[in-house]
Ligand binder design. Structure first.
Ligand code: ZN
Length: 427
């Protein structure tokens, strides 16, 4: 059986104790019973479930449930099952074997659905009805959708002032209660944490269950991105897995998943993780760059890649462990590199939101300076869908992003409504 263990003080809890954080305030890890799991032929079990049309096997998260936790009723939208696209053109250009894993193909358009199905399922099993997060972006969209599917109350807390309502459109449409508070994002987060502290396992129906990234069951769901990649590659580990890094939940989850897959013998070697930050939101890069000497949060992070615009990532210790255990690296990329990479991924017919493009921007840097070697197999993670941030795309192609060189801009052309004028454009 899985157990919960506090990262700070080491105290252990049963899964059924309905804890999100430790009594000491420390973050919790789900500890997998590796020796017990080794007795199962997991590759065979997982492979036999592929192609199933019914839940839980049809979910790209719950297919791997032995490596998550036991549960009875799941709240699922058949998430996961995202494609792994080989990219022949970029592979040839960079001299590597490149794939993109598109997590923007999840039900609400981002990887968040993987952690939402697991965390919401646990909260529901504990008897909770009210689920809350502070988010103006992908987390709120995911929470709202899954709460509606499970007939539960979804509540999103947002800061006062300048909020792009476009970012909230999914949460509003899916029917979540959206509460705007007097204060900035940190104040919203503080309120959510206070609600979490008041969580009473004895009377769950009156309590509020917190679904922000401190929740360890979200990490468990996000691990399945790695399991799915490994299965799609027939359990042959790639050399590298490159991902955008903001709040570091995915970096942490990937390290945990790789470590577990290796200990269980699902793979014979560990892929290296490269976590890619934007120059304007790079506290984790600096931490890596100074030899893990000192972690310093950033006050005013700024980047066009809004999904990773985070100055004080909660999971930096977990993420450091992931980098160390996989002989990984952390790097930073410029706004220009991000948007050029995005335009490249978009023009390849795949598409992604700006933050996702950090993967390709990072791969380009690492291939150029020889850290990624010729012919290595590389998987870049795309975390969100192209349509998550249409403004960034439109403004890029219109050449209207300050400081961004729109070198790959594709603009509409005005022509006369005649066959002759049309034919002239396709010559
Ligand atoms: Zn503790």
């Amino acid at each position: 059986m899985q157990k919960l263990s506090c990262i700070a003080c080491g105290k252990k809890f049963e899964i059924g104790e309905n804890r999100v954080v430790c009594e000491c305030g420390g973050l919790l890890d789900v500890i997998q019973p590796i020796e017990e799991l080794k007795k199962l032929d997991l590759k065979k079990v997982f492979d036999e479930r592929l192609g199933s049309c019914e839940l839980p096997n049809a979910s790209g998260v719950w297919r791997y449930r032995e490596l998550l936790f036991d549960t009875k009723k799941i709240i699922s939208r058949y998430e996961g099952n995202t494609r792994l696209y080989p990219s022949e053109k970029l592979s040839a250009e960079l001299g590597v074997e490149l794939f993109f894993k598109h997590e923007g193909e999840n039900p609400t358009g981002s990887f968040k659905d993987r952690g939402m199905t697991t965390a919401l399922t646990i909260g529901y099993a504990a008897g909770c009805q009210n689920f809350v997060c502070a988010s103006t972006g992908n987390t709120s969209a995911s929470l709202a959708s899954y709460c509606s599917v499970g007939s539960l109350n979804g509540i999103v807390i947002i800061p006062n002032g300048k909020i792009a309502l476009g970012k909230l459109s999914q949460a509003l449409a899916f029917g979540a209660k959206v509460l705007q508070i007097d204060g900035n994002f940190d104040v919203a987060m503080e309120l959510v944490n206070k609600l979490g502290e008041k969580f009473d396992p004895e009377s769950p129906t009156d309590s509020v269950y917190v679904l922000n990234s401190v929740n360890p069951f979200r990490i468990e769901g996000q691990k399945t991105i790695i399991f799915e990649i490994l299965q799609q590659l027939n359990w042959n580990a790639p050399d590298w897995i490159i991902l955008p890094a903001g709040n570091l939940g995915n970096t942490s989850a990937f390290g945990k998943a790789i470590s577990e897959a290796f200990k269980l013998g699902l793979i014979e070697r560990k892929p290296r993780i490269a976590a890619v930050q934007a120059v304007g939101a790079n506290p984790f890069f600096k931490y890596f760059d100074n030899g893990w000497e000192k972690f310093e949060a950033m006050k005013n992070p700024e980047t066009i890649a809004t999904a990773i615009k985070i100055g004080n990532p909660q999971s930096f210790l977990r993420a450091r462990r992931a980098i160390e255990e996989t002989n990984g690296v952390v790097l930073e990329v410029s706004e220009n590199e991000i948007m050029d990479a995005k335009a490249t991924i978009d023009a390849a017919g795949i598409g992604c939101e700006p933050a996702s493009a950090c993967s390709l921007a990072g791969i380009r840097q690492l291939a150029k300076n020889g850290v990624i070697q010729k012919n290595e197999r590389v998987v870049g993670i795309l975390t969100g869908h192209l349509l998550k941030d249409p403004d960034a795309t439109i403004n890029y192609h219109a050449g209207e992003l300050a400081g961004i060189d729109s070198a790959r801009a594709n603009q509409p052309q005005q022509i006369e409504a005649s066959v002759k004028a049309f034919l002239a454009t396709i010559k």
